[in-house]
Ligand binder design. Structure first.
Ligand SMILES: [Cu+2]
Length: 203
């Protein structure tokens, strides 16, 4: 304890000296030059990222408790090439064995698994949004809490792969109902024989 206190005192003392020194140099333009250099470095990083064939922006995983088996992944897929590209598959690294990943669409408030994959139009974008097309994490009993970071790997029909960090977030205000709807419409994942009953139900 004594050592820690001594160390803290020394650090505090150094900080005080630094402040005094900084105060003496405010007439110089050195500080302004340093901060503008930092800004241009950040801009370079952004440019490098947008040169990929497909980028996934504003991406997030909707939070879920451990006892809820599924959740959605949302964001905007941007195609930076002049040809249509399909999302052929994806995974989230580090999740329990048995977890499955599906691509879904939503119609009349019910979501269902699509055959093939979502198509990102040439030079355009494809939005994954609550109540619309989305990606799903299924058969998973792990809690995903806001702020947690995962790595998502997206595979595309042109053979390219996009790997990036994705954060868990709370669903934006006004879209909280999605989770309940999603679970209620889980029959979309049922076996194909269920379609026979659906015909009767429709009449
Ligand atoms: Cu879904």
């Amino acid at each position: 304890m004594k050592l820690n206190r001594t160390a803290t005192a020394v650090v505090a003392g150094s900080a005080a000296i630094a402040l005094v020194l900084a105060g003496c140099s405010t007439d110089d333009s050195t500080d302004a030059t340093a901060s503008s250099a930092a800004t241009s470095t950040a801009a370079d990083g952004t440019e490098a990222e947008s040169s990929a064939a497909v980028t996934f922006e504003e991406a997030y995983i909707k939070e879920k408790p451990a006892d809820k088996g599924m959740t959605g992944i949302f964001g905007v897929l941007k195609n930076n090439t002049d040809e249509d590209i399909d999302l052929t598959g994806f995974t989230i690294e580090g999740l329990k064995e048995g977890t499955t990943f599906e691509q879904h669409a939503t119609e009349d408030g019910k979501m269902f698994k699509i055959e093939g994959g979502h198509t990102i139009p040439a030079g355009g974008e494809f939005e994954l949004a609550p109540g619309g097309a989305h990606l799903m994490i299924m058969d998973n009993d792990e809690a995903m809490e806001p702020g947690q970071q995962y790595t998502i790997v997206l595979n595309f029909s042109d053979g390219s792969t996009l790997t990036q960090e994705i954060e868990v977030r709370v669903q934006p205000a006004g879209e909280e109902d999605y989770g309940e709807d999603g679970e209620l419409s889980a029959p979309g994942h049922a076996d194909p024989d269920a379609g026979v009953d659906d015909e009767h139900a429709g009449h």
